[in-house]
Design a protein around this ligand. Structure first.
Ligand code: AMP
Ligand code: ZN
Length: 136
């Protein structure tokens, strides 16, 4: 638990939330500013900052938890699909520094577009590929 963390406060019940589901390790609740209605957040109950910080012991359970909640959201909202997302770091849009996963119901006519794809210059793709591989 982190004293000033808003999601830790929600987990402790100090701040209310619209809870969907919880177990020993995780809590799912509705995002207060949904991208589409039914947009939910899944948070580990143990405070950690981002995916790199996320405890290995909880990784398998997390996927099961997300699948269970996502299925319920898709059924309840009659969605055509859903996005599972996670912002890691300020540059990636992370505002709350308690690791969390966004489950966003999607509809064929919701008007959102895919992210635009950039172009690689000649040889650049191989260069970045080699560089990434060198860090593994
Ligand atoms: P991120 O940009 O990935 O850090 O997302 C943080 C998310 O938390 C945003 O989508 C907010 O709308 C959501 N959020 C912040 N405070 C609350 C709250 N008290 N209850 C529910 N969702 C919240
Ligand atoms: Zn926290």
């Amino acid at each position: 638990m982190s004293k000033d963390c808003i999601f830790c406060k929600i987990i402790k019940g100090e701040i209310p939330c619209n809870k969907i589901y919880e177990d020993k390790e995780f809590l799912a609740f509705l995002d207060i500013k949904p991208i589409n209605k039914g947009h939910a957040l899944v948070v580990p109950k143990l405070h950690c900052k981002n995916l790199f910080d996320f405890p290995k012991s909880e990784e398998t359970d997390l996927i099961e938890f997300i699948k269970k909640v996502a299925k319920a959201i898709v059924k309840a909202t009659n969605a055509d699909g859903f996005n599972l997302g996670m912002n890691n770091g300020r540059a990636a849009g992370q505002i709350v520094e308690h690791a969390h996963f966004h489950i966003i119901p999607r509809f064929s006519n919701d008007g959102f577009k895919h992210w635009p794809g950039k172009e690689y210059a000649e040889g650049e793709m191989e260069e970045i590929q080699k560089k990434i591989v060198s860090f593994l």
